[in-house]
Design a protein around this ligand. Structure first.
Ligand SMILES: Nc1ncnc2c1ncn2[C@@H]1O[C@H](COP(=O)(O)OP(=O)(O)OP(=O)(O)O)[C@@H](O)[C@H]1O
Length: 255
């Protein structure tokens, strides 16, 4: 399996104002390294403040690391060239459905994504929108719908359509499934697994939902206060975590 994403020794420190004249440093990530192969799922788990969101922000180019490297298919990713790779890595965050513009029809929203990032002509864009909606179990007519006309489950599919219409190789799901009710989550998870099988899409799943991790992640990285503790095959980490912290996190979630 080819390596899609390689993260090497990533570090990020924030400076926080702690008084009128003083600043405090917060180490958000310290020497984080991992790899993710095409068609695989890596879960990043950790409590609030462990650095999960910072990692996601560095990966999608919202923020810059202090040091370390992000390689995509062997090529270093540079924040200044973000537009070159924003169709390769796509991002869905918590409450993605709420981030849809309520005044814009879904077809128009998807068309905007294509106009911004591709050179497809109007006819080709229309075709691509139709194909993407179908892939996500939505209908042609849904192009003419506004967000409020969809059910919760359909909205989640719309959010996925927006992320997947550019045929990315990697989808980062930052707590994107956490807020869903269990039956809806199961539907979306099955859809994600199906898409992965068909297209070789890789997922980086940032979550605290350890049951979900056990169900869908090939590999698991446990973050604690910006440091990587256990990292490896999910079943192996669940059974033989080296660090107390990881064991407690795993046990509290599955017992
Ligand atoms: N913009 C910022 N300025 C200062 N400190 C920050 C900033 N963003 C994050 N931090 C700090 O960096 C650390 C890691 O934060 P981060 O949001 O990455 O954690 P997290 O694991 O994603 O938490 P959560 O699950 O609550 O989102 C925390 O101590 C946080 O307070």
């Amino acid at each position: 399996m080819n390596t899609l994403l390689e993260v090497r020794e990533l570090c990020k420190t924030y400076r926080k104002q702690s008084g009128w004249f003083s600043q405090r440093s917060v180490i958000a990530l310290q020497n984080i390294s991992f790899t993710l192969a095409e068609g695989k799922t890596l879960a990043i788990v950790g409590e609030t403040g462990s650095g999960k969101s910072t990692l996601a922000k560095l990966l999608v180019g919202i923020e810059k690391p202090d040091s370390g490297e992000i390689l995509l298919a062997g090529q270093p990713v540079q924040i200044s060239h973000y537009r070159q790779y924003n169709h390769v890595i796509r991002f869905i965050f918590q409450d993605a459905a709420k981030s849809l513009n309520p005044h814009q029809k879904i077809g128009q929203m998807l068309d905007d994504v294509l106009r911004f990032s591709t050179v497809l002509d109007p006819q080709q864009r229309k075709q691509k929108i139709r194909q993407t909606l179908k892939q996500l179990g939505l209908l042609d007519e849904h192009s003419e719908y506004y967000p409020h006309m969809f059910s919760g489950g359909q909205l989640q599919r719309v959010a996925l359509a927006r992320a997947l219409i550019l045929d990315p190789k990697l989808l980062i799901l930052d707590e994107a499934l956490t807020a869903l009710d269990p039956s809806l989550r199961a539907q979306i998870v099955n859809l994600l697994l199906e898409l992965q099988q068909k297209s070789g899409l890789a997922y980086l799943l940032i979550t605290n939902h350890l049951r979900l991790v056990r169900h869908i992640a090939d590999d698991l990285l446990v973050l604690h206060q910006g440091t990587a503790l256990d990292y490896g095959n999910t079943a192996h980490v669940f059974a033989h975590a080296e660090h107390d912290y990881s064991r407690k996190l795993i046990n509290s979630a599955i017992t």
